[in-house]
Design a protein around this ligand. Structure first.
Ligand code: TYM
Length: 339
């Protein structure tokens, strides 16, 4: 079967960007026959940004409930918390020893941190942890551990998946070729073009780090308020508006059918007012999200049930995949068999 894998960092409340970029396509794919899915909560990754244990735990619960509310069926897919599969960190070390430091130097998140430091007149690496620098190696371990073929993500993750390919290939070359075997499948990013980078309230990429997100399960009134607060230009009703450069339009496109989107494009040409466009956007998003929101709230009321699902998923997954894979990898590099 084709193996599809993706994760979400448990550093905050899931937002519309996570939903359209990862959750919605991943849940749809999990229903395709011949697909084996691996969906997880990336809590090791959260530690890079969040040193607040209560927040990591809260976020883990929220993101788990979100996956389930969005239709993930835990008895048909592998659904787990990353840190419940400690083989991930062991594989991270094996990959660290073949990963090129020069490649990590070029990672967007690390480079952005260095740029900020330079602008502030600080040392390049001021306040940069080794965790931030190693982020792509940990992510490569997530993907390579289960030999995923496809990784549904937003555009911001593409570079990480290319790095995972690079590290996997290097490992295959060093250890696989002499033994005549390929240890790792090289993964591919799967990106839905119309939602590859969903804009946030200020028009930049919707992101927890920019504080411009619309929470996926914001209560209806808050959702409406947030949508009405999306930054727009001051063109008056009646003036033609350019759909493609409008964030309101891009958001609408991410939630509406092709026909609805085309009608909205015409509306823009005819100078639809921002209030009207935002109302239509609100109604479109709410229509999709409202039934999920109800399920989400019911799930959040029973955290113990979610905990059981996660633990059970990880236990089966370790048994079936992670432990045997690490056994083979330890042997490949010359470490002792622990079993
Ligand atoms: P994270 O938690 O930042 O985001 C989770 C997923 O949501 C997508 N996304 C977006 N898509 C479109 N528009 C946006 N504005 C937007 N914002 C976020 C992200 O692209 C991502 O798909 N490193 C990952 C988590 C991770 C992972 C993995 C993903 C850890 N290991 C292995 C795939 C495979 C991250 O921080 O995503």
């Amino acid at each position: 079967p084709t193996r599809v894998l993706t994760g979400i960092t448990t550093s905050g409340t899931p937002h519309l960007g996570n939903y359209v970029g990862a959750i919605r396509p991943a849940v749809a794919t999990s229903r395709v026959t011949g697909v084996e899915s691996f969906y997880f909560l990336a809590d090791y990754h959260a530690l890079i940004k969040v040193q607040d244990p209560a927040r990591v735990q809260r976020s883990t619960l929220e993101i788990a409930a979100t996956w389930l509310a969005c239709g993930l069926e835990p008895d048909k897919v592998w659904f787990y918390r990353q840190s419940d599969v400690p083989e991930t960190t062991e594989l991270t070390w094996l990959l660290t020893c073949v990963a090129g430091k020069g490649i990590l130097n070029r990672a967007h998140a690390y480079k952005a941190a260095v740029d900020r430091n330079r602008e502030a007149g600080e040392d390049d690496d001021a306040a940069v942890t080794a965790g931030l620098f190693m982020y792509p190696v940990l992510m490569a371990a997530d993907i390579l551990l289960f030999n995923a073929h496809q990784v549904p993500v937003g555009r911001d993750q593409v570079q990480h998946i290319e790095m995972a390919r690079d590290f996997g290939q290097r490992f295959n070359h060093l250890y696989g070729e002499p033994a005549g075997r390929q240890y790792f499948t090289l993964p591919e990013a799967v990106i839905e073009q119309r939602v590859a980078t969903l804009p946030g309230l200020d028009g930049r990429k919707m992101s927890k780090s920019y504080d411009n997100t619309i929470p996926l399960f914001a209560p209806r009134e808050q959702l409406k308020k947030l949508i009405y607060s999306i930054v727009t230009d001051s063109r008056a009703p009646g003036e033609p508006k350019d759909a493609d450069s409008s964030h309101v339009f891009q958001l609408y496109h991410a939630f509406a059918s092709a026909t609805e989107t085309e009608a909205m494009r015409q509306g823009f040409l005819q100078g639809i007012g921002w209030g009207e466009a935002k109302q239509a956007l609100f109604e479109r998003i709410d229509a999709e999200v409202a039934p999920l929101r109800e399920k989400y709230e019911a799930l959040m009321a029973k955290p113990a049930d979610i905990e059981t699902i996660l633990r059970d998923g990880a236990a089966r997954l370790r048994e079936r995949h992670a432990i045997p894979t690490l056994r083979a990898l330890r042997e490949a590099v010359g470490l002792r068999d622990l079993s």
